[in-house]
Design a protein around this ligand. Structure first.
Ligand code: NAD
Length: 224
């Protein structure tokens, strides 16, 4: 066994203080998805959408990786480790993980609305009037509901060759990302770490928060 693929969702960043999507009392509770996370919303009210992501970017800049992000890096010493994340935060990279594939974009990047070119953001806020080199308004480089997921085929390839597939802190409700579990056909072990995970045939379930569960599972894998 040499390939470990990790698939993460908002739950791995919850203990860093970034609200998940579905848990109540989160930032997402105060906004409707269709008002802030669709291309139509950006056309209708770009300021509302930019402000929503500005709040999230400020929260991210005030946070840092937690024990779960750091624990995963221990696996890199012994295995080919690929992290596929639905998160738009950059906490995996900040913890030192070297191979991270973002399925839904990156909060610290902006995208041109003219030619899709990417710009790294060095400040917290993206505002109306912030333009790309060709004069088009910049938008967050985030995959909104209804948009294509360009990295999905690369993610599927990685999961197909996983010897161990680790899923952390995702409700497995957002498609197509959630379908990745169906491609882990060669995995000897599929493990889900999430306090609210539902039982699934052939899947090991660890109902712990990420800071506890990821460390446990990493130690277990390294001890084999
Ligand atoms: P989700 O909100 O639908 O599910 C979060 C999951 O995390 C739940 O199953 C919950 O039980 C679990 N969880 C909560 N606290 C946890 C903890 N301490 N440890 C482990 N698990 C915990 O999120 P999702 O499945 O990632 O899908 C939502 C979409 O929202 C994604 O597309 C993502 O891009 C976006 N999102 C991203 C962030 C981020 O980048 N940090 C935050 C919120 C939403």
């Amino acid at each position: 066994m040499k390939n470990i693929v990790v698939f993460t969702g908002a739950g791995i960043s919850a203990e860093s203080g970034l609200g998940t999507f579905r848990d109540s009392e989160g930032l997402w509770d105060k906004y409707k998805i269709e008002d802030v996370a669709t291309p139509e919303a950006f056309q209708r009210n770009p300021k509302l959408v930019l402000d929503f992501y500005n709040i999230r970017r400020r929260q991210l800049l005030d946070s840092g990786p937690n024990e779960a992000h750091f624990a995963l890096n221990k696996l890199e010493k012994k295995f080919n480790l690929d992290i596929i994340t639905q998160n738009v935060d950059n906490l995996h990279e900040a913890s030192g993980s070297s191979k991270v594939l973002h399925l839904h974009g990156n909060l610290m990047e902006a995208k041109s609305t003219v030619d899709n070119s990417i710009y790294v953001l060095t400040k917290s806020d993206l505002n109306i009037g912030d333009k790309c080199d060709k004069g088009g308004q910049l938008r967050p480089n985030v995959v909104w509901f209804g948009e294509n997921v360009p990295n999905m085929s690369i993610a599927i390839q990685k999961v197909m060759y996983a010897d161990i597939f680790l899923i952390i802190g995702t409700s497995l409700n957002v498609y197509p990302a959630a379908s990745l579990i169906d491609y882990a056909l060669n995995s000897k072990r599929i493990i889900i770490i999430d306090p609210n995970a539902e039982s699934r045939k052939g899947v090991e379930i660890v109902r712990e928060k990420a800071s506890v569960g990821v460390s446990q599972v990493v130690e277990n894998i390294l001890s084999l």
